[in-house]
Design a protein around this ligand. Structure first.
Ligand code: SDX
Length: 428
């Protein structure tokens, strides 16, 4: 395979190097395009054909349904790992030794307090505020209480900011949920593991001792691992581009949370359950909803289906679907929407419209069914996605900053008015 791409414009040829990644992905390096051609750029709305960076964190193959974090398969990590060690792997590149994991856990626990004045900001929100909006705001507000986490240039300064946000983010997420339920704000218990402590902060009742449920916490741990990173998706690209201006980590994460909130991205897990509930209310008529999804005149989309990269089964969806059966079985829960989801999936996967467009269930299609079984309110589903994606966002931000990548600033093709003279209002 030639390592050179040749572009011919008006009879003139331009050559660009083709770079090859460790998984044999090929990319045309067009860093010199504008200079060499006197200003010609590419145009690629949604960046469907454009690589924004080289990265060593996550590899996915959409055709084969492969997902690996730092070379480890998602199947093995979900089966054998726990969320905190996977977070360490994503951020620092290697699975931690026992000593490294113990230090990471200890450093996080040291930072797991949240300033009392943050509660005044939380109190300013109406109970009806969506938890993703609250979480994005509180994450940004953390900057005011942790100013030394903004200008982080050295790895040591970055490490301090990383353990701070790994520690405080679950507290803020739990607070966002408890605010809606008018429950006292829990600070958690440093004697518990990371995920168990998150569950306690979310669900502990003020008038009775918290009882951990291993099935629930194991399922939660697995879901967080499955959501931990996914290369240059919309919210991760947002975190990287905000961080590229040298805005701090917390500010970059706050922007990423807002990007994840959208129903075409992380907000889909909430939209899937709302869709399944609507189908159930509508008598379970899945065929009608399949037809609506196929109708170009109908804005309805089959939420939880389709993916920019996966043109095969999302490997995470396979694991979550299996886990949904196990968790609901272990907890003795019968949830009719799980059957509706399975029915919908079976019909869609045989329908020419979906087959031709390679639309398969994605990570969001089944996750809400498990969250629901774990007692998590629907409006908190995307917050759970954010809790899982936190280490991935951090890892990608850290990689971009350590590599001293340039500020992100895409070009455009202008299609507006050409120059015209100003006219006073009396002449318009
Ligand atoms: C996540 O990028 C990531 O990695 C994201 C994520 C992560 O871990 O970070 O994996 C998490 O965001 C998963 C995706 C969650 N979103 C949804 O489930 C929302 C429903 N899905 C779609 O809106 C859509 O599939 C996207 C947004 C996910 C992908 O859209 P693309 O790649 O821009 O594809 P497209 O919109 O151009 O669709 C191609 C065709 C179109 O039809 P035609 O114009 O070719 O006739 O497929 C159709 C679309 O209309 N289509 C759908 C559909 N998804 C695509 N038709 C009906 N239902 C759908 N869900």
């Amino acid at each position: 395979m030639s390592k050179i791409a040749t572009l011919e414009i008006d009879g003139k040829k331009y050559e660009f190097p083709i770079i090859e990644g460790t998984e044999n992905e090929l990319g045309i390096d067009i860093k010199t395009l504008r200079g060499a051609t006197g200003g010609i750029t590419t145009l690629d709305p949604g960046y469907k054909n454009t690589g924004s960076c080289e990265s060593a964190i996550t590899f996915l193959d959409g055709e084969k349904g492969i997902l690996r974090y730092r070379g480890y398969s998602i199947e093995e990590l979900a089966e054998k790992g726990d969320f905190l060690e996977v977070a360490y792997l994503l951020i620092f590149g290697e699975l931690p030794t026992a000593a490294q994991l113990e230090k990471f856990d200890k450093d996080i626990k040291e930072e797991s307090h949240v300033e009392e004045d943050m509660k005044k900001i939380l109190d300013g929100f109406p109970k009806s505020a969506h938890p993703m909006g609250v979480l994005s705001s509180l994450t940004s507000a953390l900057i005011a209480f942790n100013p030394d986490s903004v200008d982080v240039e050295s790895e040591e300064e970055m490490y301090d900011a990383i353990v701070k946000i790994m520690a405080k983010f679950p507290v803020l997420a739990a607070w966002a949920m408890r605010k809606r339920k008018s429950l006292p704000l829990d600070y958690g218990d440093s004697s518990l593991g990371y995920v168990e402590n998150l569950h306690k902060m979310m669900f502990a009742k003020p008038n009775k001792a918290y009882e951990a449920n291993k099935i629930v916490n194991d399922a939660l741990d697995k879901l967080l691992i499955l959501h931990a990173d996914h290369e240059q998706n919309c919210s991760t690209s947002t975190v990287r581009i905000v961080g590229s201006s040298h805005a701090g980590l917390f500010a970059s994460l706050s922007a990423g949370i807002s990007a994840l909130w959208g129903p075409l991205h992380g907000g889909a897990n909430q939209a899937v359950i709302e869709m399944l509930e609507a189908i159930k209310e509508d008598g379970g008529d899945t065929a009608r909803y399949i037809d609506k999804a196929k109708d170009k005149n109908d804005p309805f989309r089959l939420m939880g289906f389709g993916h920019r990269v996966y043109k095969n089964f999302d490997p995470r969806a396979k694991i979550i679907k299996k886990s949904a059966d196990e968790v609901l079985g272990d907890l003795g829960i019968e949830d009719p929407v799980l059957d509706i989801a399975k029915g919908l999936s079976e019909v869609a996967l045989q329908d020419e419209y979906f087959v031709k467009r390679k639309l398969y269930p994605n990570v969001d299609f089944y996750s809400g069914i498990i969250y629901r079984a774990l007692g998590i309110p629907t409006e908190m589903f995307t917050v759970m996605f954010a809790l899982g994606r936190l280490p991935g966002w951090i890892a990608q931000w850290r990689e971009m900053r350590l590599r001293k990548e340039p500020i992100g600033r895409p070009r455009q093709i202008y299609t507006g008015e050409t120059h015209r003279e100003f006219k006073p209002v009396s002449e318009r």
